[in-house]
Ligand binder design. Sequence first.
Ligand code: HMG
Ligand code: MG
Length: 301
Amino acid sequence: MSDRDVRIYEVGPRDGLQNESTPIETDEKLRFIELLAAAGLREIEATSFVSPKAIPQLADADELMARLERRPGVRYPVLVPNERGLERAEAAGADAVCVFTAASEPFTKANINMTIAESIDAFRPVIARARERGWWSRGYVSTAFGCPYQGEVGEAAVVGVAKELLSLGVDELSIGDTIGVAGPSDVRRVVSALLGAGIAPSQLSMHFHDTRGTALANVVAALELGIRTFDASTGGTGGCPYAPGAAGNLATEDLVYLLDREGLGHGVDLDALLVAARHISDTLSRPLGTKVGQAGGWQVP
Ligand code: HMG
Ligand code: MG
C-alpha cells in the first residue's frame, strides 16, 4: 500500500446497527453487507458475538455469519468480548476478530462489565486462539478522547491500553472517539503520544463518531500524522448503548468524498456506495442524513 492509499474499514453493519432499537431482518443486513462489498469495500465489520442481552440488535450474529456469502479478497471481522464469543464466531465461520476495551474505567465497566485489566486478561486466550488459527485480529481502545462517565481522558491512559493490546498480539488497534468529542488538536495529542511510544502508523486505525461534526477535520489531522486507516459507517449510523450521547460514526460516503478531493486512493465507488447508504436508510425508514448522501458526488458541469 502506498502512502497515497487509504484503507477504509467499514463498521456500518456492526457499529451502525448495534444501537438501533427496531429489529432489522437478517436478510436486510446481509443485503447491506453485499452492497458494501459491491461498492469496493474490502473490510466490512459484520456483527458482534456478544451477549444478546447487551446488544439485542445483533442477536442474529450466528445466523448472519453462517449465511454470509464471502467475496474473495474481503475480510469480515466480528467483535468478540470473551472466549464464549470466540467459540460462537468460530462455529459460524469467522476468521477475523476484534476485542474491545477502553481507556477509561467507568465506560469499560458499563460496556463489558470488566475493569480494563480484567478485559486484557479476558482477551489473552481469545487472541492466542485467534493467532493459532491464523486469524486476523484488532483491538479497540474506546473513549480515547473522552468518556461519557469520567470526562476528559489523558493520552497516557490511551498509550497504556494500546501497548497492552499490542502485547497480546493483535494485528492493529482502532483508537475510538466513542462519543465524538475530539477536535484536531486532540487527535494530534493522542496520535503523537501513540507514535512517540513506538507504535507505527500502520498499526493504527482511527474511529471517529461524528456527534459534533468534527470527524472529517479529525481525519485530516490524522492523515497529516501518517495514519492511513479509518473506520467509517455507510449511511452515518452508529453509536453504543453504553455510551450515552454518542451519535453516528463518520459516514463512509463523506470520507470517500474527502479522500477523492485529497487525491488519495481507497478503491470505493461512490455511486455504488450511495446505493448501500440508501438501502440502510430505507431499511431504517429514515432519510439519509449524511452530507454526501444528500448532495451526491460533485458532477462537474
Ligand atoms: P456479564 O453480564 O458480565 O457476563 O457481561 P456474564 O459472563 O455474567 O454473562 C451474562 C450473560 O451473557 C450470560 O447469560 C452469558 O451466558 C451470556 P445468562 O446466563 O444471563 O442467560 N454471555 C454471552 N452470550 C453470548 N455470547 C457471548 C456471551 N458472553 C456472555 N459472547 C459481556 C459481559 C462482555 C458478555 C457483556 O457485557 C457484553 O456482551 N457486552 C457487549 C457490549 C457491546 O457489544 N458494546 C458495543 C460494542 S463496543 C463499541 O461500540 C465501541 C466501538 O465502536 C469503538 C468506539 O466507538 O470507541 C468498538
Ligand atoms: Mg464506535
